[in-house]
Design a protein around this ligand. Structure first.
Ligand SMILES: NC(=O)c1ccc[n+]([C@@H]2O[C@H](COP(=O)([O-])OP(=O)(O)OC[C@H]3O[C@@H](n4cnc5c(N)ncnc54)[C@H](O)[C@@H]3O)[C@@H](O)[C@H]2O)c1
Length: 254
């Protein structure tokens, strides 16, 4: 990954930051994009090993002019985009279909689906111009299953799977690879929020229940997801197009 330019959305979050650290440790230049400016500043401070190799850009992935801007800024700062980790996402409230507000459903779809689409639209155009690139979208175990109380998230991650396969077919003739990582139960703020939603004030209670449904009996770490993203971005994955890679402690096998 030496000198590769890696663009990460949701870069201030758990999986985004762990991935940024791994790529930086391997000599890459990393641009973190996130809606949360203070988290971006904190992330920048924690990635101290090579500060000259890190840039941060505040952007809302649902806003097309923000997306155009993060692509242009990355190219003007580091010259190109070799790897795009299209990762920003939210879970949204836990509520059954009959109780979920339309606005809440649309917000999840907007960030998790439109945000992924817009990132692909503008980064793929840049990569086609360059003649190379690797893209990894963040899907989820939720791309394969249903889950009561999670309709927006489930629908959005099924959509990410479809978008990934379609983008892979459109990009392959240009030598660009598009794949997805499909994590489950990774120990980040998102999982903490889900636990608090399920059992308010007693997150460890729902945490234990979730762990019982994971064959390995524990949560995954953001670093374990980062390793698969690194693999998919590397030449080792040169014949891998349109795939979803599970990082889920065996949940899909169950
Ligand atoms: N943690 C898990 O168990 C898990 C499992 C499967 C998939 N995922 C997926 O992994 C990805 C990263 O999640 P995480 O676990 O690191 O959670 P996280 O909450 O730590 O990180 C998500 C980041 O996305 C950012 N974000 C939210 N809306 C945005 C917007 N409109 N524009 C730009 N940035 C925005 C947030 O500010 C946050 O920093 C998400 O797509 C999530 O759906 C997570």
């Amino acid at each position: 990954m030496q000198d590769k330019v890696v663009l990460i959305t949701g870069g201030a979050g758990g999986i985004g930051q762990a991935t940024a650290k791994l790529f930086l440790d391997q000599g890459a230049k990393v641009v973190l994009v996130d809606i949360n400016e203070s988290s971006l500043e904190k992330a920048m401070q924690s990635l101290t090993s090579n500060p000259e190799n890190v840039a941060i850009i505040q952007a809302d992935v649902t806003n097309e002019s923000d997306v155009k801007n993060y692509v242009q800024e990355t190219v003007s700062h580091f010259g190109r985009i070799d790897v795009f980790f299209n990762n920003a996402g939210i879970n949204g409230p836990v509520a059954e279909i009959t109780d979920l507000e339309k606005d809440a459903f649309e917000q999840i779809m907007s960030i998790n689906v439109t945000g992924v689409f817009l990132g692909l639209k503008h980064v793929l155009a840049q990569m086609k111009e360059q003649g190379h690139g690797r893209i990894i979208n963040t899907a989820s175990n939720a791309a394969y299953i249903g889950s009561a109380g999670m309709v927006g998230y489930i629908a959005s991650k099924h959509a990410v799977a479809g978008i990934t396969k379609t983008a892979a077919l459109e990009a392959a003739p240009a030598g660009i690879r598009v794949n997805a990582v499909a994590p489950a139960a990774i120990d980040t703020q998102m999982l903490a929020d889900i636990q608090n939603n399920l059992t308010p004030g007693e997150p460890e209670k729902s945490g234990e229940a979730i762990k019982q449904g994971i064959p390995v009996g524990r949560f995954g770490t953001p670093e374990e997801v980062a390793q698969i993203v690194r693999f998919l971005a590397s030449d080792e994955a040169s014949f891998v197009h349109g795939a979803l890679y599970n990082v889920d402690g065996g949940m899909q096998a169950d």
